[in-house]
Design a protein around this ligand. Structure first.
Ligand SMILES: NC(=O)c1ccc[n+]([C@@H]2O[C@H](COP(=O)([O-])OP(=O)(O)OC[C@H]3O[C@@H](n4cnc5c(N)ncnc54)[C@H](O)[C@@H]3O)[C@@H](O)[C@H]2O)c1
Length: 309
């Protein structure tokens, strides 16, 4: 089956972002379906496109063409009739996601693919109430999805390999960088890696080895510089697995292996220090620093993704 018609269910932050991602492909038609037509009539997509035009990542004509490929509706049945791929982007609630797939299955084509954008929940469990579980798959996009190329394509216990390959090939064709996660495990691939680093970073701060800005500097100006170009396992091959083994054999016993959230994180949350939201987290943030951080990230991502195309 060639995927041409994509329907996004849920028009919040990720739903709008995904509508834009799929509409960037000239051969895809996108329907963004909202529970209420008043909810979000593509304003976030318009804002993102404006930014890309300002940064010369897109021409105005390309941005207009992208917008023209997206329609917005609250009519569930009509939004699903022609859909080859349905991506649900509704709230992170197991029962709501299970019931949604159960309810839409009779309204969809027999070979339609049901993808969930869940951040952490089990694909197998989300598919529990769907009759044909072979067509339920995880497609974990990262925010902002129009700038982050990665999509984790996650196999539930009963997802067919045909559906895995079709979804992966389509995402690749439309310019994303999909990876296959072959087991339905919490955190899939990239969040497991990210959380392993977060656990160690917090442990370093908690144990007085370095403060939070220093931890960030050590990553930003050290290993972080290599990561976009040199994978960490490729790096191990580069230095030699004999050396890699000796280092791991020495260090692994000293690393953080807590099975509970960090005490430091818990105490900051308890005292209401939530980061950018409150102006204080692991460090203090002025409104100017917050705006600069958000701007720096967007501009950096626009620059690096321009080169990825
Ligand atoms: N925000 C992120 O950074 C991010 C990243 C990756 C994946 N995700 C995942 O994407 C999904 C959507 O996240 P978001 O950040 O766009 O959330 P959001 O709150 O911005 O949007 C949620 C959408 O779900 C709809 N909704 C709420 N209750 C519903 C119900 N009972 N039935 C049907 N629709 C309902 C809302 O109307 C809204 O359109 C979640 O599963 C989330 O875990 C989020």
């Amino acid at each position: 089956m060639a995927i041409k018609n994509v329907t996004i269910l849920g028009s919040g932050l990720m739903g709008n972002g995904l509508a834009q991602v799929f509409a960037m492909d000239p051969n895809t038609t996108v329907i963004l379906r909202s529970r209420s037509i008043k909810e979000a009539p593509l304003k976030p997509v318009q804002d993102n496109l404006k930014l890309l035009v300002e940064k010369e990542a897109l021409t105005k004509a390309e941005a207009d063409a992208i917008l023209s490929r997206i329609s917005f509706t609250d009519d569930l049945e009509a939004s699903l009739k022609e859909a080859d791929l349905i991506v649900e982007c509704v709230v992170e609630d197991m029962e709501i996601k299970q019931n949604l797939f159960r309810d839409i299955e009779p309204l969809c084509k027999a070979d339609a693919i049901f993808a969930t954008n869940t951040s952490v929940m089990s694909i197998t469990e989300i598919a529990k109430k769907t009759k044909d579980k072979s067509r339920v798959i995880g497609t974990h996009f990262w925010n902002p999805p129009f700038l982050i190329p990665l999509v984790e394509v996650v196999k539930g216990d009963e997802t067919s390999m045909e559906v895995m390959d079709e979804t992966y090939d389509y995402l690749k064709k439309i310019g994303k960088k999909p990876v296959k996660c072959m087991k339905d495990v919490p955190g899939f691939i990239a969040n497991r890696l990210q959380h392993a680093i977060w656990r160690e970073a917090l442990s370093i701060v908690e144990n007085g080895i370095a403060d939070a800005p220093t931890v960030d500097e050590a990553l930003r100006y050290g290993p972080g510089l290599r990561w976009p170009i040199l994978g960490i396992l490729e790096n191990a091959d580069m230095i030699g697995l004999d050396l890699s083994y000796n280092i791991q054999n020495y260090i692994v016993k000293y690393l953080e292996d807590a099975h509970e959230p960090s005490k430091l994180l818990k105490s900051l949350v308890d005292q209401g220090d939530l980061g950018f939201k409150t102006g204080k987290g692991y460090q203090e943030w002025t409104p100017e620093q917050i705006a600069a951080s958000n701007k720096r990230l967007r501009e950096y991502l626009i620059d690096v993704t321009k080169d990825l195309k």
